[in-house]
Design a protein around this ligand. Structure first.
Ligand code: ACO
Length: 423
């Protein structure tokens, strides 16, 4: 017999049996018994907002898979563009499909000159690159009005390719603007990450941007960041997309969700925290401060992972390879000490707080020469492929517009008083 739960309304004695399907119970069934009683779950702590086949994660076991493939196998054997294909189409490409996909992506890396010269150049000199990215991606929708045709599969594909391809170009454009450096056009003969490093850093000689080890390391980081099921930004993508807006506008909203320090902004905060700690001698005191409530240990803790984040393990290995080229990031010793102290401390053990993906990624980015405020942009570039896979899945599921209920806690009905009578 299929597994089920039974809910009884104690006011009437009426019951309803609801089958457990894929680990969940359908709220629509509950609605039949209790039409005016809502689940109260403001941060979706206990709510599955969709059914998805894109990625799977088991927070207790520390497992992450894209379309069934374990993240460690993909990080070791695949490339970011192959992973982007996998996320989008559900299967790894054959040689011909991969060649076509790579050509498509590399032929859509250019952005319209008006976007670069008139729009991006209009920002204040010290604009945060994430602010520029959020706006730049939204502005792209005005260049491709056909993107509104979201039920035309061919149009959809074209916009998906454009978005994945243009994210690094917009990111590099935002960075170079903030440095007062001239824009570098994409080189479509280079790999995705090598081209991005070149657009960012050419002609700097203090950064090893053309070392293939760094392009490979960035590719691994892009694989690790490509998807992570229903996190804040992906949920934003699905919610905004459910109103049937175009994919540029929905992606811009997802970028905005990523921007915050509780989500993609954490990698930047980790480095700021390590710089503030300053020396391994201050680690114990810093941890004491965190425990007494004077701030959080950035890069630790996760809503779903209650075990070591599998991405953090892979990143540690990547860090060693990068530091071979760039020299060790001086903040690494503080990070290692922090991890050691925290993982042995009851406060962190009892709350099951472990390093997440952001704890070490920032150290690598910094060693590669990326400035702190571009870190979240580096997260947004690969996550775009995950967002778009969820967006397309949502459209193909014939989903309804996202529209939760609320529990009203405001004033009861009262009469309007003219301003003179308000005291
Ligand atoms: N440092 C210290 N204490 C922490 C931390 C932390 N990093 N994270 C959680 N806690 C504590 C909380 O104070 C709380 O303690 P309490 O029960 O005594 O009140 C308990 O652990 C549970 O924390 P919540 O905030 O309820 O957990 P939630 O699942 O809502 O938050 C989050 C998850 C936002 C990631 C949180 O762990 C955090 O703020 N971490 C630091 C920021 C960070 O690294 N974010 C990146 C996440 S990964 C990503 O988005 C790519």
């Amino acid at each position: 017999m299929a597994e089920s739960i039974t809910i009884t309304d104690n006011r009437t004695g009426d019951s309803i049996e609801i089958p457990i399907d894929n680990g969940g119970v359908a709220a629509t069934e509950w609605h039949k018994l209790l039409p005016d009683i809502w689940f109260y779950d403001p941060a979706f702590m206990q709510t599955a907002a969709c059914a998805s086949a894109v990625s799977y994660l088991d927070g207790d076991a520390g497992i992450l898979r894209y379309r069934g493939y374990p993240i460690d196998q993909l990080a070791e054997k695949s490339t970011y563009l192959e992973v982007a294909y996998l996320l989008q189409f559900g299967e790894l490409p054959n040689a011909k499909q991969f060649e076509d996909w790579t050509r498509e992506i590399t032929y859509h890396t250019y952005i319209h000159e008006n976007l670069r010269k008139r729009f991006m150049d209009g920002f204040h000199y010290d604009a945060h690159p994430m602010g520029m990215l959020v706006s730049g991606v939204a502005a792209l929708s005005t260049f491709y009005p056909e993107a509104k045709d979201i039920f035309d599969k061919e149009q959809r594909h074209k916009q998906i390719v454009r978005l994945i391809a243009k994210m690094p170009t917009i990111a590099a454009c935002a960075y170079r603007f903030s440095q007062g450096m001239p824009f570098i056009y994409p080189d479509n003969d280079m790999s995705f990450t090598a081209n991005f490093l070149r657009m960012m850093f050419e002609p700097r000689r203090d950064v090893d941007w053309n070392d293939p080890v760094l392009a490979k390391a960035l590719d691994v980081l892009f694989i690790l960041h490509a998807d992570h099921e229903q996190n804040c930004s992906t949920t934003t993508m699905r919610v905004v997309g459910s109103s049937h807006t175009d994919p540029y506008t929905a992606t811009s909203a997802a970028c905005a969700g990523l921007y915050g320090p509780r989500h993609g902004g954490a990698n930047e905060q980790v480095i700021r925290m390590l710089m503030e700690i300053g020396s391994i001698d201050n680690v114990e005191d810093f941890i004491k401060g965190v425990k007494s409530g004077s701030g959080r240990l950035q890069g630790f803790g996760h809503r779903v992972y209650k075990n070591y984040d599998p991405r953090a393990r892979i990143i540690k290995k990547t860090a060693d390879e990068v530091f071979e080229v760039t020299g060790k990031n001086p903040l690494l010793d503080i990070a290692l000490k922090l991890e050691e102290v925290a993982l042995a401390d009851d406060y962190f053990i009892s709350r099951r707080l472990y390093p997440n993906v952001d704890f070490y990624s920032g150290l690598i980015y910094q060693a590669m020469g990326f400035p702190l405020d571009i870190f979240t942009v580096l997260f947004a570039i690969p996550r775009t492929s995950g967002w778009l896979a969820h967006w397309e899945e949502m459209l193909e599921q014939d989903s309804k517009i996202a529209r939760p209920r609320q529990l009203y806690i405001g004033a009861p009905e009262r009469d309007y008083a003219p301003i003179a009578n308000r005291g």
